[in-house]
Design a protein around this ligand. Structure first.
Ligand code: BES
Ligand code: MN
Ligand code: ZN
Length: 515
């Protein structure tokens, strides 16, 4: 999708479809009051073209509600699409993100290839122009993605060109750079989604490593992709215990971003779970829905997507990403319940922590244990991990909000601030001694499951054992990494959740950025 910015008066934009936004301005507590759809553009020609349909009451301006007008009078565009943001009082920058996606997904199946989206010109206190422009472009890219890569006759027909139409009085440079930023972020989220979408046979750990390396090479990031030998050398016994059952070798993917002239300050360690297929191993999963376990590398893909955006946006902070990629398989060489593994030590001369593997299906925490330790060894001062770690997080929070855990309030405060920019929903979950007690083992230092209750929290405490006192955030995205049903603004399939939030968290550390 090609993106351009336009400051042309919107009635003069010749395009296949012009999308404008509307809010419902009905008085907040008017219980039986009728919805009052109000366009967020003040151009008289557009208002006149829409007046008739808005007067009928058939369109309410609800969130992502659309209505299409053909050959609108007085407007050069062939079609006028009105997209709702919902109640005015609740409309946010994120509502615009979704509405832009809705406009794109409205156009795609109708053979429309060129569209323009008018930014609000009369609602700017709560919807600042630059933030809205950026979010609209992000939402447009997210909406443009469809997962039918392997259909012989692909139904997915991407939008060719999107023009972001900004009011003439908006600062041109500010809007143009916001649009460019939005494109980088939206494309990086889609880069992650494309990886997540790949089936296990097409995306082995080795191939995931190749994709990461190609991206890094192209964009000037440092990179290394290691395999079995390096795991042995580093004594990554926890990571290897998952990989050992598969014919596919593991990949330890390391991506480095070292901006010129930044020699001190924090080093951020981004650690992603990259299980390219999770059968459960010897503790094998039931076959119902097992095909979904190709997305068990969504956390790792998110980190690769974040690094892509970082390479292009160039924040002034050093970042290392580590993706622990393996296939979790049952076989004659697979680890068994009861096996004891020794995790990577923090220093070569120190002993590694020992882990009793109760359930081979709790493999994500095993690979992340060594990933977190390795990030600390490479000098990470702050850690963030993302993983489709537990079914239990969906029991706790549904498939509406993702889980977040942190051992450090300052690091988490930055993450919360990042959420207000990304529009993503995470809820901070507790950690605590009493949960940590549930993963004590009779034979080893810890065990890899903590019983039936509080499963997302005991999983987080397992990771905490390896993050120790390094400021650390853990994101359990198991419930949100896959969109179960198509929505107006996003296709069903991989969501790319966490990319935007982690990126914003990283940018908050950029020297010169507001803390
Ligand atoms: N990859 C799964 C978690 C998962 C479940 C992700 C559903 C996405 C959707 C993880 O490796 C796993 O199997 N976790 C187990 C842990 C249990 C054995 C302690 C789980 O959640 O059941
Ligand atoms: Mn598992
Ligand atoms: Zn898993």
């Amino acid at each position: 999708m090609r993106i351009e910015t336009s400051f042309t008066p919107i009635p003069e934009i010749a395009t296949e479809l012009l999308a404008v936004l509307a809010v419902d301005t009905q008085a907040a507590n008017g219980r039986n009051a009728k919805p009052q759809p109000t366009l967020l553009v003040s151009d008289p020609a557009v208002l006149a073209a829409a007046a008739g349909v808005l007067a009928t009451g058939e369109y309410k301006g609800g969130a992502n509600e659309t209505i299409l007008l053909h050959a609108p009078a007085g407007v050069a565009a062939r079609r006028l699409l009105i997209v709702g943001l919902g109640k005015q009082a609740k409309a946010t920058v994120h509502s615009v993100r979704e509405a832009a996606g809705t406009a794109i997904r409205f156009a795609k199946p109708r053979g429309i290839r060129k569209i323009a989206l008018a930014l609000p010109d009369n609602f700017s206190q709560s919807l600042p122009h630059a933030a809205v422009a950026r979010a609209a472009v992000e939402g447009a890219f997210v909406g443009d993605f469809d997962p039918d890569t392997y259909r012989s006759e692909r139904r997915d027909q991407s939008i060719e060109a999107l023009a972001i139409a900004a009011p003439a009085e908006a600062g041109h440079n500010i809007i143009e750079s916001a649009v460019a930023e939005g494109a980088i972020i939206g494309e990086s989220q889609n880069f992650a989604r494309a990886l997540i979408n790949e089936p296990g046979n097409k995306l082995t750990p080795t191939i995931l490593g190749q994709h990461a390396a190609m991206m890094a090479q192209k964009l000037g990031l440092g990179w290394e992709v290691h395999s079995t030998e390096m795991l042995r050398e580093l004594k990554m016994g926890a990571f290897w215990s998952v990989a050992q059952g598969s014919a596919e070798p593991p990949a330890l993917i390391v991506l480095r971003y070292e901006p010129e002239g930044v020699q001190d300050g924090p080093i951020l360690g981004l650690v992603g779970k990259g299980i390219t297929f999770d059968t459960g191993g010897i503790s094998i999963k039931p076959s119902d829905n097992m095909e979904k376990m190709k997305y068990d590398m969504a956390g790792g893909a998110a980190m690769i997507g974040v690094m892509r955006a970082i390479a292009l946006l160039k924040p002034r902070v050093r970042v290392i990403a580590i993706v622990c990629a393996a296939e979790n398989m049952p076989s004659g060489t697979a680890q068994k319940p009861g096996d004891v593994q020794t995790a990577m030590p923090l220093a070569p001369e120190k002993p590694g922590k020992t882990i009793e593997v109760i359930n081979t299906d709790a493999e994500g925490r095993l690979v992340l244990a060594d990933g977190l330790t390795y990030a600390r060894r490479l000098g990470a001062t702050h850690l963030i991990d993302a993983a489709t770690l537990t079914g239990a997080i969906s029991v706790a929070l549904g498939k509406i909000i993702a889980g977040a855990f942190a051992n450090d309030d300052d690091a988490y405060a930055r993450f919360e601030a990042a959420l207000s920019v990304s529009g993503e929903k995470f809820w901070r979950m507790p950690l605590g001694e009493e949960y940590a007690d549930l993963i004590k083992s009779d034979i080893a230092d810890i065990k890899n499951t903590g019983g039936r209750y509080g499963g997302a929290i005991t999983a987080a405490e397992f990771l905490h054992t390896f993050a120790e006192d390094t400021p650390w955030i853990h994101l359990d995205i198991a419930g949100l990494a896959w969109v179960e049903e198509t929505r107006p603004f996003i296709a069903k399939g991989p969501s790319g959740v966490a990319v935007r939030s982690i990126l914003e968290w990283v940018r908050s550390f950029s020297s010169g950025a507001q803390a």
